[in-house]
Ligand binder design. Sequence first.
Ligand code: SF4
Length: 225
Amino acid sequence: MPTSIHNPKRRLHKAYSLMHAYYGHQNWWPGDTPFEVCIGAILTQNTNWRNVEKAIANLKSAGVLSPFGLHALPLREIADMIRPAGYFNIKAGRLRAFVDNLVSAYDGNLIRFLDAPTDEARERLLGIKGIGPETADSILLYAGGHRSFVIDAYTKRIFLRHNWCSASDTYDDLQALCSRTLELKDGDDTIEFWQDYHAQLVNIGKDFCKAKAPLCRACPLKGLL
Ligand code: SF4
């Protein structure tokens, strides 16, 4: 029986409980180190995670998955190694811009780079060529432990189809909505909750809320339509 929940906070928490009951807790983001998480966040633009894993495996087996390792590598070699992730020339430039910034301004120390108030760390990331809001927020949330909710195309599609946002809402609008309604009370781990919340939405987007033909009948969120 469909449930109409008008309070945005209640319905977004209800959505989480439905997704979590279906999928269980997700351990996102895959990555052995925070630096690897950053590289994954840059490489995952416009491709699937399996391709990213192949690219990361190439960097690892070559022993260059570190700020100084990538910094020292010619751009062409980076591009060759990350070829499985697609758009490899563009992404090689983005990786290079990221590590160059890290090495030149922070001595390759990612903790120092991300150790700032969230807005400031976000501005640092957005100042690097090729890093947009979604990539910056992924790095902040999953590698930096910042309260920075990640919005992606799946989030917007799911929210739109449920009338939880409007078509004209921007990335910042959706992020503000999620940040406002999904902040936990003191003592609870809001960062961990947001990490899992985004992972759950990605699962729903991939498995059910497809661009052309959503599979609502089987979807855990069907009761919230
Ligand atoms: S598939 Fe249907 S029920 Fe599931 S999130 Fe999309 S619109 Fe909602």
